[in-house]
Design a binder for this molecule. Structure first.
Ligand code: GUN
Length: 299
């Protein structure tokens, strides 16, 4: 029987741990965790994501601050806001929602966030810590951190002897995911669009992680029987069967056929997606513990 991972349930248990750590940090150290979320412009999808993040931060008991800036915000104005949030002792985590409007350069903004407040894990200091296997000192970007929670649930902390294949080599996901699997002792292959015979490479994987951004690209005959398949893709495709003009979300793997071969599989939606916000909350409470000189919880 294939196990379908319930990402919502796993995310809910992470959120419960965050809430309890938030309460104990407040009662033991008198510190309330604070998360600032910054959004620039009018992109409706970004506004929906940011509202969900701010709402979840409140639910966790954080001081939750949202800065909504107009489309015409200048680079200097945005940099000044990040500077103020860096200096604000009530704020432990800063997230600048991407993408920024075209006239703004995101890289200098992201790199200007203090690494200890970079709860997105996008600062080069945090990326470098993940790359060097220093997982205790930095902040790990949320989606790979969430995917690793699933991997640990299934396989435990030590992946010695297991082959892992990550399809995708982005800085945001593929590279940190490969580094986290390697740090857990897996034998890791980072595959991508230039990989020769990708299906054969994938068939070697005990843990297959798909992050290519192409709807249902991974087929059943790419999957080793019994393998764990983590699908990170979120692709909106036409769904005429639901009515004219309707769409639906699908992953990077053809779920139905892959589920017949895999031992464990994550669905889309409801798999990795809910974990991303949960891990953002986890990073914020970790950052707040560190700032208070307390041992942060593990997720
Ligand atoms: N836009 C889409 N996903 C993300 C994310 O994880 N972090 C930020 N900052 N922006 C995003």
């Amino acid at each position: 029987m294939t196990t379908v991972i319930d990402g919502k349930a796993v995310a809910a248990s992470v959120i419960e741990s965050v809430k309890s750590a938030t309460r104990s940090l407040e009662s033991d150290a008198g510190v309330r965790a604070g998360l600032a979320v910054v959004i620039v412009g009018d992109d409706p999808a970004s506004h929906a994501y940011v509202s969900a993040k701010s709402k979840m931060a409140k639910e966790c008991g954080f001081l939750s601050v949202q800065h909504t800036l107009p489309e015409e915000t200048t680079q200097e104005e945005l940099a000044a806001l990040v500077g103020r949030l860096n200096a604000d002792p009530s704020i432990h985590g800063i997230l600048v929602q991407l993408p920024l409007p075209k006239h703004l350069m995101s890289e200098p903004i992201i790199q200007s966030i203090l690494p200890e407040k970079d709860v997105d894990g996008l600062h080069v200091v945090n990326a470098g810590k993940v790359a060097t296997g220093d997982l205790e000192g930095g902040l790990v970007s949320c989606t790979p951190a969430g995917a690793m929670v699933f991997v640990r649930h299934i396989h435990g902390d030590d992946l010695s002897g297991l082959n892992a294949v990550v399809i995708g080599r982005s800085n945001l996901f593929g590279k940190p995911m490969s580094a986290l699997l390697l740090a857990a002792n897996a034998t890791v292959t980072t595959a991508h669009s230039r990989t020769r015979d990708l299906p054969a490479v994938c068939r070697n994987a005990d843990i297959l992680v798909a992050a290519v951004g192409r709807a249902e690209m991974v087929k059943a005959d790419w999957v080793k029987p019994g393998a764990t398949l983590i699908d990170v893709g979120i692709n909106r495709v036409p769904a005429p069967e639901r009515g004219e003009g309707k769409t639906k979300l699908v992953g990077d793997a053809a779920f139905k056929e892959c589920a017949e071969v895999a031992g464990v599989i994550t669905p889309v939606p409801g798999g990795v997606g809910p974990m991303t916000i949960a891990m953002l909350m986890a990073n914020t409470i970790i950052a707040a513990h560190r700032k208070a000189g307390r041992q942060p919880p593990k997720f």
